[in-house]
Design a binder for this molecule. Structure first.
Ligand code: ISE
Length: 338
């Protein structure tokens, strides 16, 4: 029988964890927030107070708590694997923020652990799969409106680097969104990647690169160039344009309103991804809750998708240190994710 209301525990009450908790408590139907945890206990208590939830003393206590049916993991990247493994052991479904893990080894451990349970209980937080712009691009592509995709141009500009300019981490934490969304758009995997670096911006430490031009090639030969720019200063901007054999699909930067007034025309520029992808995050959480309630099947990105993204980003990091393209080879896809 479908459960009426899912009581969610949220681990990590930074930017994204707080946004998810508020959305689950106030926007998403079929969920409440029963517990939160953060090492910054005052921040967790304040959020718990706002939402009528309890602030618990540790992630483990939250995962084990009887008032928690399902868990949002929005802890720092380095703790994702540990928290995901604890949820799998407790038999609790989770929405795990990207990336799947901070290392490829940990990503594989989580993948193997979920496969061993024989059922899918992880939804990976690749929210762009729920963004109206990307969804429209995919349905036009799938309907053959522009023929075969040949090139997908991507731009991912951040006002500032949340973890500082560390090229390997920026690929694993930021470009990982393009890595996932282009696989999804094209229904294809990557066969190689090349990374070009050029003149650094003003805030770039010695030995690091920003911006970077990361170009993946898919097994069908589609070129996927990604400009990753972590210190763009002016604001947050994500752009995607598909060049097909019979036309072009352009999502622009998803700023849907152009304001015109006397002598001027302009568009708002968000400062952070929460502004640009607000609707995607809400739709993602709704799809997750519907699945946990038993109303729908698994939605969004799976642990396999998270693993392939982690593997592809680790090869891109290796390509940064080499002059040419580096090949990407995937293991067989477990039957659980067929
Ligand atoms: C952040 O963690 C996100 O997930 C954002 O979507 C991305 O644009 C940003 O670069 C990441 O740091």
């Amino acid at each position: 029988m479908a459960r009426m209301t899912i009581r969610v525990g949220v681990i990590g009450t930074g930017n994204i964890g707080t946004a998810h908790a508020i959305s689950l408590a106030r926007e998403v139907s079929g969920s409440t927030v029963s517990a939160v945890f953060d090492v910054a206990s005052e921040r967790a208590q304040a959020l718990a107070g706002d939402l009528g939830a309890r602030a618990l003393p540790s992630a483990e206590a939250l995962i084990e708590d009887d008032s928690v049916d399902a868990v949002v993991i929005a802890s720092p990247d380095g703790l994702h694997a540990e928290h995901a493994l604890a949820c799998l052991a407790a038999g609790k479904p989770m929405m795990l923020e990207k990336p799947l893990a901070a290392t490829l080894e940990d990503a594989k451990t989580v993948l193997d652990a979920e496969v061993a349970t024989g059922k899918r209980s992880i939804m990976l937080g690749f929210m762009r799969r729920f963004d109206p712009g990307y969804v429209a691009l995919k349905s036009a592509l799938d309907a053959g409106e522009v023929g075969n995709a040949l090139i997908v141009h991507n731009m991912h500009r951040n006002a500032f680097a949340p973890y500082g300019v560390n090229s390997a981490m920026n690929i694993a934490n930021s470009a990982v969104h393009e890595i996932d969304i282009n696989r999804w758009l094209l229904d294809d995997d990557y066969s190689s990647v090349h990374v070009a670096t050029g003149r650094p911006g003003p805030d770039v430490p010695e030995g690091q690169y920003d911006p970077m031009l990361i170009t993946f090639t898919t097994t069908a030969g589609v070129l996927v160039p990604i400009e990753l720019f972590m210190t763009a200063h002016f604001g947050y901007q994500v752009v995607c344009q598909v060049v097909g054999s019979e036309g072009v699909l352009d999502m622009g930067d998803g700023t849907f309103i152009t304001r015109s007034t006397t002598g001027i025309r302009g568009q708002d520029i968000p400062e952070l991804w929460l502004g640009r992808f607000g609707e995607a995050y809400r739709a993602e959480l709704q799809a997750w809750i519907d699945n946990v309630r038993g109303l729908t099947g698994p939605a969004g990105a799976s642990t396999w998708d998270g693993y392939v993204a982690a593997l592809s980003s680790s090869v891109a990091v290796a390509a940064l240190a080499s002059n040419g393209a580096v090949g990407i080879e995937l293991p067989d896809r477990p039957a659980l994710y067929a």
